[in-house]
Design a protein around this ligand. Structure first.
Ligand SMILES: *Cc1c(COP(=O)(O)O)cnc(C)c1O
Length: 370
């Protein structure tokens, strides 16, 4: 038997009202990181392992897609369309889990700095039959989106279900509201003491906002420390406030007993110091964090999201903003499943021409991973 989501157990109205398919392998385990904790002078450093919640592709996006793909099916859509940068984990996760649900998928992508993972993600999206498009800028992407929506509607007779970048719709963020409830259960079971600090990357903010709502609704004292990994014009304070209130409104419309929690602008404190030159541009600090985690724990982080976030945690430990006996939770949002077998026979020349350059040009200098 698949266990019920803790959010649904506590608020049965949400189970009735919200579309949801069991896709994730939940709860994600919590692991104590003794080796790296010792290096950083932290006695209680833990990691939430969202990397292994989905097969063949895990990571934070799968929590959101459990709800979004169920919604697409409930609405009778035959395909989904989503957006991101060329190597987007979200676009790949959407392609994989749409395909498992029998839906076609289209990814509308923008260019990004090259890295090995971009190649892997593109090949894997191709393997899962995603229709891939790349446009040089946002304007061409929006124009082409209208065109593709019409074209697809003509083919299937129904508009594709549109999922914005990162899946950060209120319904997607609900997946991370549940993640906070899951954490609460793990605290009650004694797997981790109540954390003083939780570190998460902040991209499109569904992860951060969902967790924040859940922590507030549960009255947990944990402070979230979101670390910016995308440029400011993609996710600003206004977007965070709107996603927060829209998500609470959605939950309360299905179950009015869900607490009417609020967020004031001065509570939003995003660590802006580790983005470096921009989205997916690896930084020295980020890659040092990746190496440290690999050497001490054998755990793989990445240069776009989790390395930058762990670098922020390292800096906070070094500058004594974290105390030795604070309980710290590093929320690892990165896929940890190895899918290299699935893509080894794919020739990149099969992909649309716009993507060949990721295979023909060098990766950025700081990307040493294979
Ligand atoms: C997308 C992504 C994030 C950011 O999550 P948001 O909900 O978009 O803020 C963090 N880590 C990884 C590995 C991701 O793929």
């Amino acid at each position: 038997m698949i266990p019920e989501l803790p959010l649904f157990e506590q608020f049965p109205g949400l189970k009735e009202g919200l579309p949801h398919d069991n896709v994730c392998d939940l709860p994600s385990p919590i692991k104590k990181l003794n080796n790296v904790g010792e290096k950083l002078g932290l006695d209680h450093l833990y990691m939430k392992q969202d990397g292994i919640i989905g097969h063949p592709f895990g990571g934070n996006k799968v929590r959101k897609l459990e709800f979004l793909i169920a919604d697409a099916r409930r609405r009778g859509c035959k395909e989904v369309m989503t957006f991101g940068f060329a190597g987007s984990n979200h676009a790949l996760a959407t392609a994989v889990y749409a395909s498992y649900a029998g839906l076609m998928s289209t990814s509308m992508l923008l260019p990004q700095p090259n890295a090995h993972y971009v190649r892997r993600n593109l090949l894997m999206s191709w393997k899962y039959d995603a229709e891939l498009h790349q446009y040089p800028n946002k304007l061409l992407l929006s124009i082409s989106t209208w065109y593709q929506l019409l074209r697809h509607r003509k083919i299937t007779g129904k508009k594709p279900y549109v999922i914005p970048p990162g899946g950060s719709l209120p319904l997607g963020a609900a997946g991370f509201v549940n993640a906070a409830f899951e954490l609460k259960q793990q605290i009650q079971q004694g797997q981790i003491p109540e954390p003083a600090r939780i570190y998460v990357p902040m991209g499109t903010a569904g992860t951060y906002v969902g967790l924040l709502i859940g922590l507030k609704a549960l009255d947990l004292k944990s402070q979230i420390f979101p670390v910016r990994v995308v440029d400011k014009h993609f996710t600003d304070e206004g977007k965070i406030l709107k996603l927060f209130s829209d998500t609470v409104t959605l939950l309360r419309s299905s179950d009015p007993s869900f607490p009417g929690v609020q967020l004031s602008p001065d509570e939003i404190e995003i660590n802006e110091n580790f983005l470096g030159e921009g989205y997916a541009r690896f930084t020295k600090e980020g890659m040092e964090a990746v190496s440290l985690m690999e050497e001490t724990q054998g755990i793989q982080l990445d240069g776009t999201y989790t390395g930058k976030t762990f670098a922020a945690l390292i800096a906070d430990a070094g500058e004594q903003r974290i105390k030795k006996d604070d309980v710290v939770l590093f929320w690892n949002t990165l896929n940890a499943e190895d899918f290299s077998d699935e893509i080894e026979d794919i020739d990149y020349h099969e992909l649309p021409k716009a993507f060949h350059r990721y295979f023909e040009q060098d990766v950025q200098p700081l990307d040493r991973s294979g």
